[in-house]
Ligand binder design. Structure first.
Ligand code: UT7
Length: 315
């Protein structure tokens, strides 16, 4: 398979670090030096599903195919206002497609897991065109009085259309259960029979542990894909890493001994947009004319679970 189109959409509301410091005990200096984030786009009056549909339509237009050509839609999402139906069905209706669709929740690594799922369908000969949409509103997860978490996130939707090709060189995934490091719970509707305690807990994160996991997992995943494709870190033209923290990106870059120019970033004005982060970055780089045909791209993401994955592909 091959990526033949991309699209992305961000909410219009931009929240700067200065704005946060007006109601939180934080500062632009702390957020910038510890995370790299200067501002983020957050949902105000937008609906996530509308942003997802818009991103999907942009990716279809870029690919030059119509919704009727789609054989499968995969949506990566952690939270949205609907518990059911699945977001992919809402996107399907919004773009007027009629193919089967599925939602996955693989936290920030959702785009890589979606590519892996799509690849299995290609290998089974079941699909010609697949749409992946990552739509996330992580700004709705933390307690906005908790300076350790709420400053990190931004919302958005990123989409990619896949077509037939031989451009995926390797995909590697990993999961290792660590459910007390990054988690959130919500209370369900009461029933006359439920006797257990349930509570609403906003996003909880042991930041330093997630940081260490991220650096280790990303480097390992990227190296495994390179090994499988018989490539070296120098062969890669662009490293598109999950935009969670500039210090995580810098650590991976240093251990891979690669120049800064190979690591495009948008964390400065997007923050961490969960699984949307990779496809939004991909779309922005494409639109900026950063990729030449034949360029080798390494993409890697990690998140709650823990889960992580990397993909090596040719543009
Ligand atoms: O998509 C995957 C999800 N998450 C991640 O990838 C996050 C990975 N982790 C990180 O990015 C970093 O661990 C953080 C950015 C979350 C935190 O940075 P850190 O350098 O690990 O800081 P820390 O948690 O060790 O906190 C250092 C200090 C603490 O104060 P004390 O206890 O030393 O007095 C915090 O209370 O910084 C304080 N702090 C803040 N100060 C100002 C924490 N958040 C803030 C804040 N503003 N927003």
């Amino acid at each position: 398979m091959k990526i033949i189109g991309t699209g992305s959409v961000l909410p219009k509301k931009i929240v700067t670090n200065e704005m946060l410091s007006q109601f939180l005990d934080t500062s632009d200096e702390w957020i910038t030096t510890r995370t790299g984030v200067k501002s983020r786009h957050v949902i105000s009056d937008e609906k996530l599903e509308d942003m997802a549909i818009d991103a999907a339509q942009k990716a279809l237009a870029d690919a030059g195919i119509s919704e009727a050509d789609l054989d499968y839609i995969i949506c990566s999402n952690v939270v949205n206002e609907y518990i059911t139906p699945q977001l992919s069905c809402i996107i399907q209706g919004g773009i007027g497609a009629s193919c089967p669709c599925i939602d996955i929740n693989c936290a920030c690594a959702g785009f890589i897991f979606a590519l892996d799922l799509a690849e299995s369908h290609y290998k089974a000969g079941k699909v010609k065109n697949v749409l992946i949409v990552c739509a996330e509103e992580p700004s709705r997860m933390p307690d906005w009085a908790d300076r350790r978490t709420c400053v990190l996130f931004g919302d958005g939707a990123g989409a990619a259309v896949l077509g037939p090709g031989d451009n995926i060189k390797s995909i590697k995934l990993s999961s290792s259960s660590a459910t007390d490091r990054l988690w959130q719970m919500r209370r369900l509707q009461p029933t006359p029979f439920v006797t257990k305690e349930e509570e609403d807990v906003p996003l909880q994160m042991k930041g330093q542990e997630v940081f260490k996991f991220a650096v280790k997992a990303a480097e390992k995943d990227v190296r495994r894909t390179l090994e499988e494709a018989d490539c070296t870190p120098d062969d890669v033209d662009h490293y598109l890493l999950h935009q969670a923290n500039i210090r995580i990106i810098d650590s991976i870059r240093h251990s891979m001994e690669q120049p800064k120019e190979k690591f495009p970033t948008n964390i400065e004005d997007h923050g961490n947009s969960s699984s949307s982060s990779c496809p939004i970055l991909l779309d922005e780089c494409r639109k900026a004319g950063r990729f030449q045909s034949g360029d080798l791209i390494s993409m890697s993401a990690f998140g709650a679970g823990f889960v992580s994955g990397a993909v090596l592909f040719e543009w």
